[in-house]
Design a protein around this ligand. Structure first.
Ligand SMILES: [Mn+2]
Length: 215
C-alpha cells in the first residue's frame, strides 16, 4: 500500500474492462486539474484491452489492482489460471503485441498496488480497511459456508467494516453506493456507463456505453 500526502484533486475511474473508446471520451470530460486514478479491472469483457493498457501505461496514470488484472498477471507469468472466453480474448490481443510491449506490461502489472490511501480517501478495487489482508482489497470480504459456497459481504451496509474518517472508493460490484464511508464507481462498462468520481465535490462524471460489437 502506498501512503500519499497529496491531495491533488482526484477523479477515480471505475472498472474500464477494455472500453478504450469510452475511456478516451471520459478523460476529455474531466474538469482541468484532476488526476485520473483507476480502481482496476482494466481488461476483459470489452473490445480493446490493448488500447486501454496503452492509454493508462503511456500516461503513467495510477491504478490499483483489480481481480481481472491480477488474473491476467498470473496468466502472463505462466501460473495455472482458469481461462474463460473473456480472458482468452484479452490474452490473444496481448500475445499479438511485440515482445517488448508484453514485457513492459508484465513488469507494470507486477508493480500495481492493491490500494492507494490519501487523507480521508482510500482507493481499492473491492474493499479497504487498515488491517484487512490485500486479498480483500481485490475481492472484498467474503466467507464460505460448509458446502464451500462463497458469500460476498455487503460491507458498505455494515458499520463494523467501515473505517472512521475514510471514504473508500471502489469498483468491482456494479452497484449504486454513495455514502460517507463508501462510493462505488463501477457503473457496468461495457454494457453500462464508465464513471469518474470527483473526490472533492463528490460528483460523478458519466460516459455512456459504446455500441460496438467485440468481435
Ligand atoms: Mn470488474
Amino acid at each position: 500500500m502506498d501512503s500519499q500526502q497529496t491531495p491533488s484533486r482526484l477523479a477515480v475511474i471505475g472498472d474500464v474492462h477494455s472500453c478504450a473508446a469510452q475511456l478516451e471520451r471520459l478523460l476529455t470530460k474531466l474538469p482541468p486539474g484532476y488526476e485520473p486514478v483507476f480502481v482496476g479491472d482494466l481488461v476483459d469483457r470489452g473490445p480493446d484491452p490493448v488500447g486501454v493498457l496503452d492509454a493508462i501505461i503511456d500516461n503513467n496514470f495510477r491504478v490499483v489492482r483489480g481481480n481481472h488484472d491480477d488474473k491476467l498477471y498470473r496468466a502472463l507469468k505462466g501460473n495455472p489460471v482458469q481461462v474463460g472466453p473473456d480472458l482468452a480474448f484479452t490474452l490473444e490481443r496481448i500475445r499479438s503485441q511485440p515482445a517488448g510491449w508484453r514485457e513492459r506490461l508484465v513488469s507494470w502489472l507486477a508493480g500495481l498496488p492493491t490500494a492507494l490511501v490519501f487523507p480521508g480517501i482510500a482507493i481499492a478495487h473491492a474493499y479497504w480497511s487498515p488491517t484487512c489482508p490485500p486479498d480483500e482489497h481485490l475481492w472484498g470480504p467474503r466467507f464460505h459456508d460448509e458446502e464451500g459456497t462463497i458469500f460476498r459481504v455487503r460491507w458498505w451496509d455494515v458499520p463494523a467494516y467501515w473505517t472512521p474518517g475514510i471514504q473508500v472508493v471502489f469498483g468491482h460490484y456494479h452497484l449504486p453506493v454513495l455514502t460517507p464511508h463508501a462510493v462505488c464507481v463501477d457503473f457496468g462498462a461495457p454494457e453500462g456507463p464508465l464513471a469518474a468520481y470527483l473526490t472533492d465535490t463528490h460528483q460523478f462524471i458519466v460516459e455512456p456505453p459504446t455500441k460496438v460489437a467485440r468481435k
